[in-house]
Design a protein around this ligand. Sequence first.
Ligand code: ASP
Length: 609
Amino acid sequence: MLDFLGDLRRTHMCGVLRASDAGKKAVLMGWVNRRRDLGNLIFIDLRDRTGVTQVVCNKELNPAIHEKAGQLRNEYVVAALGTVKQRDPNTVNKNIPTGEVELVADELRILNEAKQPPFLPGDTVLPNEELRLKYRYIDLRREAMQFNIELRHKVAIAIRTYLATQGFFEVETPFMTRSTPEGARDYLVPSRVQPGSFYALPQSPQLFKQILMISGFDKYFQIVRCFRDEDLRADRQPEFTQIDLEMSYPQPERVWEVVEGFLSAAFKATGIEIKPPFPRMTYDEAIRKYGSDKPDMRLPEMTDVREAFAPENLATLGVSATLPVVAIRIPKVGELSRKERDDIKPLFTAKGGSKLFEDFKRLEKNFPEAASKIRPKTGAQPDDLLVIVSGDNKPGEHKSAGGVKPEVKQHDHAVYTAAGLLRIALAQKYADRHGAFKKTGNPEKDFRFLWVTDFPMFEWDEDGKRWAAAHHPFTSPHERDMDKLQSDPGAVRALAYDVVLNGTELGSGSIRIHRQDIQTKIFHALGMTEEEARARFGFFLEALEYGTPPHGGIALGLDRIVMILAGAESLREVIPFPKTARAVDLMVDAPTPVSDAQLKELGIQVKKG
Ligand code: ASP
């Protein structure tokens, strides 16, 4: 018998045969997607990552093959040799690219059998996610997952190629290292040779990439895994992939240009043309206009309408005359019923200090003059939803999420962020009505990128009662704010920036501190003593003293970018082997306890109970 498995000239992927191949001999190898037994004819849909082709086994032409075909079950791995035949016009399957042809089998070989899987790749109804993750290898055979993983590959290749052509080197940095302060807990790896000592898995390659600048690799990038032990929220993973980059001598604009370049290349690889440069907005402006440091600009900005109210109006309404009075406009929601207005109230989750006026009609009735100014000021059309968020006039209740100083600003911030959260909640609730989240096919509308710049350098950590780095402690403050480091840390702005897409933060970066004396000052402002700073970052402080060029960079989440491009709902849809919300890998069953012998070797004792 011809050993057709080795005959690569005739080997085809299952999704490639077309009408023009009719008459050719071909070999297909793949999984049995479906088998239909019509008596004398058995049809097998053979599947691989390129698609499906129908293989026909005809009892009259070849009884032995027909019999073998009868033994096939779902997900058997099969090789079929045969002749490509144009299908009769009435049997053409218009739904698949190979639908005009079929392979008439001359030989059939079962390469491997398969147990009945817990679900089939072709099932139209998805099993629950636990089952999908436990049997991830079956789940990954599904067309949607094959698409997502291919997309991920294309995006990564496009980014690598773009950065390489711009002169960036991809350089690997260690996974077994020491703690990097990105604000999460570390995953620790015990050392056997030095019992009681631990490596930390990197939360990011931050210090290594800065050291690479000191080492003369002036354009670095890496598509790299990072590890953060955080309480997992819906779209977080304990290990995730960053597109990490750093360059010497850049202005922020140069970093942005590189990011815009590689994002354009990545989007182009999936057929979407985006047009840089992206708009830019300072952090303060973002808070004022959107109540968020990651504005979703597919919907209108908020408007401060305090001026529209006379002071007596504000007093009657119990509204602070000094805090912002913010109008939120969501287009095309239409008039709300009383019940719908009641449904809005729980969306307003501000913890005190802010007030919601969800019944604009009533405001209009009681304060016609103010309302008549608010409509044009916000640009509201008659069928737009308008709600107002203000500060109430009980002093001392205004808690800010961001802890921004000085005090007055902190109170403003609280009102803006309360309004910003409500704006997004309303936008999601009424997505069907305003339609702004629906893809239109016009990239300028569908993908609203934005640079948010000039973040605060520090955040007030209420628990620790101290200032913490808002980005990380290697971020450079603005030159003009240097003198406020001690006297007014909350007012110091950083050369830090985020790239945002449709209300999602894709990445953060900054221009770094490149002088040892300033780095020491920042550690000091963060409440670290000289000794603490030396103990944690001594190697880095020393490196800074050996001729460090000015440098800066950024890191973007690859998983998130692919998720958006795939139109997926969760990061788990675009990560081949993800973990659950409890940080468990259900397929390999990790983490697991280890043997006493292993623990002993590491000098570790686990407390029971
Ligand atoms: N290391 C930072 C992060 O992971 C990014 C950067 O500053 O380049 O967020």
